[in-house]
Structure formats: C-alpha cells, structure tokens
Design a protein around this ligand. Sequence first.
Ligand code: DGY
Length: 325
Amino acid sequence: MSDKPKVFVTREIPAAGLEKVIAACDADVWPEHLPPSRDILLQRIAGCEGVLSLLTEKVDAEFMDAAGTQLKVISNFAVGFNNVDIDEATRRGIRVGNTPDVLTDATADMAFALLISASRRIVESQDYIRAGKWRTWEPLGHIGVDLIERTVGIVGMGRIGFAMAKRCHGGFGMKVLYHDKYRNEKAEQELGARQVDIDTLLKESDFVSVHTDLNETTKGMFNAAAFSKMKNTAVFINSARGPIHNQRDLHDALKNGEIFAAGLDVTDPEPIPMHDPLLTLRNCVIAPHIASATVSSRNGMAEIAADNLIAGLKGEPLRCWVNRE
Ligand code: DGY
C-alpha cells in the first residue's frame, strides 16, 4: 500500500502536469477517451484526498459525500468552475483550484477566429466547394460583413474579454463597448472602451462577444429578447459557456435573419446533439469547445492543476485558489 495521498484524475491530461501528479500521489488516472459515468466517478472518488477534475464532471455535495471527509482539494483543469459547487466545498473546508491566465490568449484567438469565420462565411464557403457547387467567380455570392472600424460589444470585460477587445481594437480599429458589473479602467484607458448597459451594447454593436462566467444571472441572458435588440447585421460569438445563450432562441434569430451569423465554441448541451436544428444552419460556425486547445495553454493548465492539487494535499496555499476567502 502506498503512503502517498490517494487522488483521482478524471482524464489523462498533458504530461507536464500528469507526471508531477503521478510522482507525488497514489494516482488513479481515468484512461478512457470519454469521461467516467456518474456511478463510476462516485466509486472511484471514494477514499481520495484529492481530485483533478474536468469541466465534464459535476462536483457537488453528492460527489463530496462519496469521496469522504478526507477530501482536501478539488483541482479543476479549467479556468471556469461552474461544474464545482464552490459554496459546498468551502463549507466543508475543501480547497478549490482553477487554471487562469495560461489560456487567455488562446481563448481570445479562438473568439476572434470565430468572429472572422462567421462574418466572412468561411466554413459555409468550404462546404459549398465540397458540395461541388463552385462553378464560377460570383459577384453577388458569399457576401459577408466588414470588420474594419466596426463596434464590438464585450460581455464580461475580464482577462479574456480584454484580450478579445485588444485584438478587435488594435488589429481592426474597432470601437469597444463593454458590459460588466465591474469597471475596467485599463480597457478604458488602453482601448478607449466604454462601459454601457446591456441594451445599449446589444443595440450598438456589430459584434457581440461573450466572455462572462456562467452563473444564475448570466444563464440564458442571450434569449429571444436579447437577439431581437441586436442589429440584423450583427454577429454573435460565445466562447464562454453554452448555457449563457438559449440555443433554440439563437437558432430562431439566425434562421429569421434577426442577426447575421454566430460563432460558437460552446453549446448547450455539450456535445451538441446531432439533431439540434442549429446544425442545419449555414450561418452558424460551431467548434467543439477547443478555445484552450494549444500546446502552451494545455501544458500550462496541466502544470497549474497539478501544482494546485499537490499544494492542497499538503495544506499549502494553492497557486490559483478559487475559494481562498
Ligand atoms: C475553461 O478553462 O474554462 C475552458 O472552457 C476550457 O479550457
């Protein structure tokens, strides 16, 4: 029997972090491509002092009960932690860690890639070629929307929102509006950003890009009423969390021409079911939640997640500690 602390790692993560975990812990690493079922998860967590979880795992009171009172740390391999019941963990004295910063640029790059793809109809054009429809150069075909000197509306001006705004302003001279409960003076000074109420942002923006966390206030905030306030030339981007938009309402807004296009890195649910009507629309570009999928981001996330786990097991401060207060 090992004298190292027992931990469950719910999926294989990059070696940059996994090797540290294996060296420091008695680690049970879930080896499969798909996450463990709920039943298996609850069995495997029993008796563990730590868990390295992904956004696919619901870490709630039932999970913590199944683990037992020796559970000291939940290290989430993501910057977002809406899958973890933070209040419950805090009440039980369990430390929760996340992996911010290392994925900021990669996520903003992805949001911007979606913005260009949806605006310039790139995926739709490729489908057109693959379907054998490209017969000639078309003066009236494939017309998209312009980017230069337009207005971007950032919902959630945190680290990733700022990085997205910087790309839009610095690269394309866009005017930046933002909606956030906090003022971001850096964005105002460096990018000339203007904090506005949500209705103003929806009404005046050519591109609306979501970078807020998922919580009770933001859940479903992009619904039929919100889409109806946007320009019919507007492009909606969500690289944060799927449930922030109402997927049926987004479908209807895209289909009825209330907005021009959408680019999503996140859907509700994930994976998006193959029968979801959004998949039938040409003006919606969808990626399978890959914004942080670059070498440096994923290695950085793995290192932070490992460091958080090991620190929590030793009762030391976590490198990125969500419930420190
Ligand atoms: C996160 O970190 O929250 C992303 O959604 C996945 O990298």
